[in-house]
Design a protein around this ligand. Sequence first.
Ligand SMILES: NC(=O)c1ccc[n+]([C@@H]2O[C@H](COP(=O)([O-])OP(=O)(O)OC[C@H]3O[C@@H](n4cnc5c(N)ncnc54)[C@H](OP(=O)(O)O)[C@@H]3O)[C@@H](O)[C@H]2O)c1
Length: 277
Amino acid sequence: MPGSDGAGTVAAVGAGVTVVREGDNVVICPSLWWGPDDVHPSSRFEILGGPSHGTYAQFVRVPAENVFAKPEHLTYDEAAAFPLAGLTAWRALITKARIKPGERVFIPGAGSGVATFLVQIARLAGARVFVTSGSAHKLEAAQGLGAEGGVLYTESDWPERIRALSGGGVEVAVDSVGSASFEACLQLLTPGGRMVTFGATTGVDTHLEIRQFYRRQLSLLGTTMGSLKEFGELLAVIQAGGIRPVTDRTFPLAEAAAAHRRMEQYEHFGKIVLTVA
Ligand SMILES: NC(=O)c1ccc[n+]([C@@H]2O[C@H](COP(=O)([O-])OP(=O)(O)OC[C@H]3O[C@@H](n4cnc5c(N)ncnc54)[C@H](OP(=O)(O)O)[C@@H]3O)[C@@H](O)[C@H]2O)c1
């Protein structure tokens, strides 16, 4: 059963569980068994929904430590939309890139679920954000979230355009697009720049010019998901109103296939939500 994200009401708790009670309104952190080390997860680490049964269901069983109070000001749709994508974006920018005020950040593929969090988190940290997208209306929507400028990745000279828009390149690039953008992200970095990578939507192969990489003092940082501590940090920022999950469309669970098709065809901006009656 797939599904890493979920928000709902606790139906039952196991023996000895005191941190959460039946009837609580909660949201799930999908990083299972991360363990005590914030640097990397334990050997038991799993993402909810793979291989364990996930949230495409009326009931899901998770460890009590992965259950957090739902921010009251969010709807259930919004609460279900932020855990995996928000956590990944938080760790990428805050823990890994250590983003600083005034830095320029490049985020390719602004319509992606994670990107809608990256843009907001970067802005919250005081950074200047530049994006690409496959459609003009998504570039506008990204600007609505705080991006300073954007370029269509369907234009072959998009890297030069991002370089010009940003005034010569960026200190940080956060890539999950993979083959179609990885090399350009590295080239857009200013000396000493950092690139964070956590996905490969368009493929896993790339070209790396090794001398350019070390002569320009670049750093490449891999990341996946995040710890329970980082989830708590993200939750506090959402609770304080610093970030609002961007929901695209809601489908009933029975129409999950149509929801997947919408995502596969890049028709969405932000997170698609499935509701379970
Ligand atoms: N390691 C982890 O912990 C982790 C966590 C979350 C996600 N991921 C991975 O990260 C990636 C993003 O996840 P997601 O859920 O945010 O994806 P998503 O919502 O499915 O979005 C994918 C996006 O890729 C963009 N894209 C496609 N072709 C592109 C190109 N040539 N240049 C630039 N952008 C392009 C599109 O952007 P537009 O809509 O703007 O055109 C599309 O919306 C996926 O590969 C996912 O598996 C990894």
